[in-house]
Design a protein around this ligand. Structure first.
Ligand code: ZN
Length: 399
């Protein structure tokens, strides 16, 4: 009997080791689910059209994205520490800024500074002070996998926060995320879900998933990246990830490589691969363009989420002086820019308190930096002025 029990333990640990030895993510299954939705064709057509029409000259400035981490735990060990959460944010702020030292893993590939930064939210959706972390206990096992996570802890307003749930997700996948505006995906569930032992670099993070790359990978999906094999359940050389500078690949690979398929060398260091954390190191320039286009066209309010983190709007000494006047204004306001600004690149955005863009203008001359807000309702707005070199935010009152 004792021998049988021991055998059982050995078999169980074999499967548990085998299941965790290879990265898998739930995105391809999610894609399959979305593709069955009756609105899928419309969704795809509209999205592709907005991507096609998106101006390639859009300012390449840093975008700061507020994050809320929802920790859901059954076991005390799943109630991960704040320092483990901070370690994950640190990884994101390296990987999405090309500051990670292992970009050297990408030999022969473009390495992009995506210019996304991630900050833990300092306010909740009601404006109360927050540390950007919620903690909720549950009696439910595998709550991430069973999709009950969002019934227990619904997403904070997805127009203002990137929601990340960290919880037990079972041994079969490391995490999953939803692409933007996917049909059949509710606002309550839209975000990223990561198993607690694959999150961050300290605490309960387990090798080989202890360098925070599962979250980097899943946020890539959140901004509409596909796997290099096209995120198809039946991948082949004809399934593509819709990014021109990632070579086609005939399916996932779990080792660091090198690997050759579809008449080209596969890009094993890409964050969207299934390789171990340590093998990864880059997004390509094409992936950067797709993620930023997805943010601007599909998750457009999220780019303004950081405005709500600002308690007092003030310019840093290094920031060029931008003036807007009159303030309060009634019909129009003027924008006075620093001298020597490259005027053909200036964008002016007016955002309301709900985080919605109410006006966006690109100005192309030395005169005419006059913005008409006649049709906007009275209230408080943020005015974001930026070009490729700077970004400045002002508060504007409209009477
Ligand atoms: Zn994936």
């Amino acid at each position: 009997m004792k021998q049988l029990l021991l055998l059982g333990i050995v078999i169980l640990s074999f499967f548990s080791t085998a299941a965790q030895a290879e990265r898998t993510c739930g995105f391809d299954v999610i894609q399959e689910r979305i593709s069955q939705h009756p609105n899928y064709t419309n969704y795809l057509t509209n999205k592709n059209l907005s991507y096609k029409n998106f101006p390639k000259s859009k300012a390449d400035t840093v975008i700061r994205i507020p994050v809320v981490v929802h920790v859901i735990y059954r076991l005390n060990s799943e109630n991960i520490s704040t320092s483990q959460i901070n370690s994950q944010l640190a990884v994101l702020n390296k990987d999405f800024r090309k500051l990670n030292p292992d970009t050297t893993n990408a030999i022969g590939w473009s390495k992009a500074d995506v210019k996304f930064e991630f900050i833990l939210a300092t306010k909740d959706p009601n404006g109360n002070l927050s540390n950007g972390i919620t903690r909720t206990q549950t009696a439910t096992d595998n709550i991430g996998l069973s999709n009950q996570y969002y019934n227990l802890v619904p997403a904070w307003n997805r127009d203002r926060y990137l929601n990340i749930w960290v919880c037990d997700i079972g041994p079969s996948i490391l995490g999953f995320a939803y692409p933007p505006n996917a049909p059949g995906v509710s606002a309550q569930e839209d975000g990223v879900v990561i198993g607690s032992t694959y999150f961050g670099t300290t605490g309960t993070a387990q090798s080989p998933w202890n360098l925070g790359r599962t979250t980097t990978h899943e946020i890539g999906h959140f901004f509409d990246l596909l796997h290099p094999w096209g995120s198809d359940l039946n991948p082949s050389c004809s399934t593509d990830d819709l990014v021109s500078d990632t070579p086609n690949q005939n399916g996932p690979e779990y080792s660091c490589g090198p690997r050759f398929s579809c008449n080209s060398t596969d890009q094993m260091s890409n964050f969207l691969q299934y390789v171990d954390d340590v093998c990864m190191g880059n997004f390509t320039l094409g992936q950067k363009t797709r993620m930023r286009t997805a943010l601007y066209t599909q998750r457009d309010s999220l780019q303004f989420g950081a405005l709500f983190e600002i308690t007092s709007l003030s310019e840093t000494p290094l920031e060029p002086k931008v003036l807007i006047y009159p303030n309060p204004s009634v019909e129009i306001f003027n924008v006075e820019l620093p001298k020597n600004t490259l005027l053909d690149k200036v964008e002016i955005e007016v955002i309301n308190l709900a985080g919605k863009l109410v006006k966006c203008e690109t100005k192309r001359g030395i005169n005419g930096l006059i913005i008409n807000i006649d049709t906007a309702p009275a209230g408080v707005y943020f005015v974001n002025v930026r070009n490729g070199e700077f970004s400045s935010t002002k508060k504007l009152i409209k009477h």
